[in-house]
Write a protein that binds this ligand. Sequence first.
Ligand code: HEM
Length: 416
Amino acid sequence: MTDQSPTAPAGCPAHAGAVPLSGLEYQQTPSQLYRSLRREHGPVAPVLLDGGVPAWLVLGYSEVSYVTAHDELFARDSRRWNQWENIPADWPLMPFVGYQPSVLFTEGAEHQRRAGVITHALEQVDQFELARDCGQIADALISRFAGSGQAELMAAYAHALPMRAAVQMCGMPQLGTDTQDLVDDLRISLDAAEGDDPVAAYVRVGERIAALVKEKRERPGADVTSRMILDPAGLTDEEIVQDLISVIAAAQQPTANWICNTLRLLLTDERFALNVSGGRVSVGEALNEVLWLDTPTQNFIGRWAVRDTQLGGRLIRAGDCVVLGLAAANTDPQIWPESHVGAENAAHLSFSNGEHRCPYPAPLLADVIARTAVETLLDRLPDLVLAVEPAELTWRPSIWMRGLTSLPVRFTPVVH
Ligand code: HEM
């Protein structure tokens, strides 16, 4: 990581005391980073991405709202970027930023068409059935470790549950080996561990989803894939495969970390300790508080300026990269003048906003998945406690996604 990009053109953000938006220094307490950036630079800060690549981090609530509301000025197709000549092929952020022909990178009418299909398909998911399915998935996962009296919940529960829920919602059979292989390959391609081959896993994911689309074209069912196929917008099979992978990937990581960050809050904060197992209200409160204070998608890349423009007193050049500082915006002192961040409402920006926001039914479905995950765990293992001191929990080394490296717990073993 260099402090300044040697290749940065004159007038680019790197020339104004840009701050590296990577490295581990602030990872345990990103709110301090946001505070100091805001103090030094105001609501739009010049930052350096991995490898010293310049970008803008938007920290202000009203500035993030402005960017997301004006997609004619701040657009989503990363091919607009004026830095591509400085980006190596193996750049670590390539999986997030490299153009793919999916809904994520489309703009204008084409985006409305693709996102419309996803929205309609998700709207028809029955939330009661989803809750029932998630309850069953939760029970099956819990049964694997309930007898041992201990578990590492990130791997054994928080990541596995939303992944299974998402593939099931898309019409994969509940317990087949095929489904298990897909779940494993998705995990590897989204979140590779040492020794994994994420590229090979991603190829297998594409093949499996393509086979699913073919099956559902022949025999449609009551699932997201079939509804996308049957939508009058007439998406091609290739488009559906791309967008299904986007839906599953977009569902998995943030929902998993929403579950984990909520469990952490419930298990460590004494405001919740007294009535976790007794009061359902507190689970809802904790879920909402996490979206304000520990939101999974901390920062999101991003948008690219369509032409030269002003934002938060800065001159943004055509093709500049703009990172949405969703977590920073949620704690903007302009909206919390008393410096107390409440969790009374849902006006946070954790699902972003505007044309490309997390498509309307998705936050509701994510809430069903996360709530069922947390409640089922607390119902089944009511004396669940952390197996380490709260201070020993560590956050993953990511400035993009906020979640724990591990969440070890213990409880009275339950034998069936
Ligand atoms: C059932 C679970 C979920 C599904 C199916 C889902 C689906 C999606 C999809 C398809 C997109 C792309 C939208 C587009 O580019 O038009 C998206 C974007 C996004 N989602 Fe979700 N999502 C889920 C859960 C979550 C959760 C739990 C969070 C965070 C708390 C979240 C935060 C976001 C954000 C920040 C974006 C980016 C929006 C932007 O570009 O401005 N999502 N989601």
